[in-house]
Write a protein that binds this ligand. Structure first.
Ligand SMILES: CC(C)(COP(=O)(O)OP(=O)(O)OC[C@H]1O[C@@H](n2cnc3c(N)ncnc32)[C@H](O)[C@@H]1OP(=O)(O)O)[C@@H](O)C(=O)NCCC(=O)NCCS
Length: 185
């Protein structure tokens, strides 16, 4: 995979771009946001050090083309409102997993749909992916709606696939193929 540290994707209301050291306060705000963390597999961040470490880990991973994590910046006021990622990239199978999340205050305005349209277009057109998949908590209704709006199909239930807030839970798997994307994009 190519280096991802210079990616900038624009939509009518958003700029998707790498996170920088100065964005650590936003990362801390996101990873302590109760709505964002509700179905998360990690504990809320306890300090800015954890946010700094995430930004630095991402920077290194993006430089070597290991994964993409982009901050979602609202053009109107320059505020970061969320993140979206392509990870577990498999060049041989031309597939990747997608992840995403918004600050609670930025929900319900179509920002994530707009951002993911741009990220998926990049994945299918620029990276040549054939498949993008997602695994979500069965109770994560908002996330399921986001995937379905983008054309993802529900493919199955993975039993006891994760631990959310200390509780063993199933995951629901979703997939979107390049040929389905061409139909919806
Ligand atoms: C998943 C998540 C991003 C979905 O957020 P969201 O606000 O529902 O998604 P969008 O930003 O795409 O907004 C869509 C909603 O805005 C509404 N909307 C309002 N104005 C809009 C506009 N101008 N354009 C498009 N949609 C608009 C849509 O109708 C839709 O509402 P609905 O679902 O009630 O029909 C959010 O719930 C989240 O961050 N959850 C926590 C993290 C998480 O669980 N991530 C998934 C696991 S990886």
């Amino acid at each position: 995979m190519p280096a991802f540290d210079h990616i900038r994707l624009t939509t009518s209301r958003l700029l998707l771009r790498p996170l920088y050291a100065v964005d650590a306060p936003f990362v801390l705000a996101l990873f302590t946001d109760v709505g964002f963390m509700e179905f998360g597999t990690t504990a809320p961040f306890a300090s800015i050090d954890e946010a700094d470490a995430l930004v630095e880990r991402d920077r290194k991973a993006m430089v070597v083309g290991e994964r993409i994590r982009l901050g979602i910046e609202r053009v109107a006021d320059g505020a970061l409102i969320g993140i979206c990622t392509l990870f577990d990239m498999d060049a041989q199978s031309r597939k990747a997993e997608i992840g995403y999340g918004l600050l609670t205050q930025a929900r319900g305005q179509g920002y994530m749909h707009e951002a993911l349209l741009a990220l998926l277009e990049y994945g299918f057109s620029e990276l040549g992916l054939n498949r993008v998949q997602a695994e979500i908590d069965p109770d994560n209704i908002d996330s399921a709606r986001s995937l379905q709006r983008l054309g993802f199909g529900k493919e199955g239930q993975l039993r006891e696939n994760g631990v959310v807030n200390g509780v063993v839970t199933d995951s629901v798997s979703y997939g979107l193929l390049r040929r389905d994307w061409k139909l919806t994009a």
